[in-house]
Design a protein around this ligand. Structure first.
Ligand SMILES: [Zn+2]
Length: 255
């Protein structure tokens, strides 16, 4: 799993789960939104530094923010917003609303937001629950993709003999930097940035390998074939052959 991915996922999930708007019967003339500046926000529960933002007509001159129907802040110039920390208030369920005033003195009521303020300890628990859920989902996807790769490859994961076009599977082929031989990257090999820490099945050595291109793999396969051909053309003499040659030489000396 890439290091950048997790915080991004967390942000996306928590942002989408910020306390839901509780729309009133009539369309409010003053729109109240809750924004997170820093902290935890999910499933209608928040902890940390948040900001209430009110937006209304052009001639809005004053906004009073309310927490549980108690005025907590008055802002007389745009932007009409109020920053607060959840720890400044007792933990539990709270309602948030605002009343705005136009230049002519018209009173505008906002929608009402509801959120449960968590203590720092509760927020930590909620965050770790979320992390466990996310990690579980990622692990599930990894296992599933490995299973699909296995089924698609017909259960074959051993390198095929050189010369036959290789099937490197879902995770692509790599070239071992130690022995220069190509192999299929393993699904279980941990990802480190763009490379995987993988074990070469030919020489057994571990190295960081990136996904090799089709051309690089073809070149490595060709080199393997060439090596095999060379091996056949110039065989190393066996012990038997050496003994026979030695006998031939002694016979020549006898003559
Ligand atoms: Zn190797």
């Amino acid at each position: 799993m890439k290091k950048v991915l997790l915080p991004l996922l967390l942000c996306a999930v928590t942002l989408s789960l910020l306390p839901t708007l509780k729309a009133q019967a009539e369309e409010p003339q003053l729109i109240l939104r809750l924004r997170r500046d820093f902290g935890y926000g999910g499933f209608g529960e928040i902890e940390g530094t948040f900001r209430l933002q009110a937006s209304g007509p052009q001639d809005l001159v004053r906004v009073i923010f309310y927490l549980d129907d108690e005025p907590v802040a008055e802002v007389a110039q745009p932007p009409f917003q109020w920053q607060f920390h959840t720890s400044s208030f007792p933990p539990g369920s709270h309602t948030m609303s605002a009343v705005g005033y136009t230049r002519e003195g018209q009173e505008l009521h906002s929608n009402v937001l509801q959120a449960r303020f968590l203590t720092a300890a509760e927020a930590r628990q909620a965050t770790s629950r979320l992390l466990v859920t996310l990690l579980g989902a990622i692990l599930g996807i990894m296992v599933l993709s490995a299973a699909v790769t296995f089924l698609l490859s017909g259960g074959k994961s051993r390198p095929q003999p050189a010369g036959i076009p290789q099937n490197y599977g879902f995770f692509g082929g790599a070239i071992c930097p130690q022995c220069k031989r190509p192999f299929a990257r393993h699904w279980w090999a941990p990802n480190l940035g763009l490379a995987k820490l993988d074990r070469c099945p030919h020489c057994g050595r571990w190295s960081l390998v990136g996904r090799a291109s089709r051309e690089e793999l073809a070149a490595a396969e060709a080199a393997l074939l060439e090596q095999a051909a060379m091996g056949k053309a110039y065989p190393t003499p066996s012990d038997e052959e050496r003994l026979r040659r030695a006998l031939d030489e002694t016979r020549f000396l006898d003559e």
